[in-house]
Ligand binder design. Sequence first.
Ligand code: NAP
Length: 293
Amino acid sequence: METLNGNAVAKVLKESIKTEVLALKSKGVKTPHLAAILVGSVGASMTYVAAKEKDCHEVGFDSTVLRFPETITEAELLAEVEKINNNSAIDGLIVQLPLPKHINEKKVTETISWKKDVDGFHPMNVGLMFKGLPCFLPATPYGIIKLLEHYKIETTGKHCVIIGRSDIVGKPMSALMLQKNCTVTVCHSKTKNLKEMTLQADIVIAALGIPEFLKGEMVKEGAVVIDVGITRVDDASNPKGFVLKGDVDFASVSPKCSFITPVPGGVGPMTRVGLLLNTLDAIKRNQDLRSKM
Ligand code: NAP
């Protein structure tokens, strides 16, 4: 069994992004600039945005975080999004979710210009992705593909079982694994005999948000197991008061696997790199457009 080291692969990819940024700058191209909108002061959201800011600085991107109080109205937030859409200094925009209940997340996501939608949530990017055309891929599935490619894991002809059908992980993952020539089965909360499905899988991608759901008895010998889940579980013995758990019971599953991702240190850092790759792509595309004008 080999552990897929997301931290190490993310480091390699970040180095190559950094090199590309320097090369672009030496050709007179502007510094890639990622903007993030953060509404309110939810601890997890603040942590995620701070991590994204740190990543940007590490690879030489500019980053701006626009912070708004939880009382911001939907109309005001949409106006802020439009301002960034029209600001040519900014290449990519993310709005940290979840948003307060009085704001329609779908409306906000769809107001972001699809050309700056580096989270890949806009319907235009989703459509392009399903057609296999150039687009911004959602960061988590993008990061997982990069991880599989880095370790040269064979996908052609393999049966990939995905647990979870969310818009940000399960559904886009199914499209990407299909493009990697897998036979894909997508399971969800209404799936009957889920164990029968996972036992047939050469590759299992668990993205359901239930800690340690996938047990050793549910996977076949030699399977590749990708654990997307991250759940904070209370743990008084930990200084933070919680521990992060994946959707895979690592202790029982790992002895049967050929490859497995740990939590933390597997998919999480690759997701962060996915966002950086999209932001770099945004500036390259804009540059390409400018050169054709
Ligand atoms: P989500 O929107 O809550 O979707 C969960 C999916 O799992 C749904 O499709 C649901 O089915 C399915 N599901 C729930 N219970 C199930 C069961 N007992 N059997 C089979 N399927 C079941 O979650 P998400 O946003 O995709 O995230 C999933 C997990 O990944 C969470 O722990 C999240 O924190 C984590 N995550 C991690 C990263 C990362 O960077 N590592 C990124 C994104 C998400 P229905 O559709 O039928 O309800």
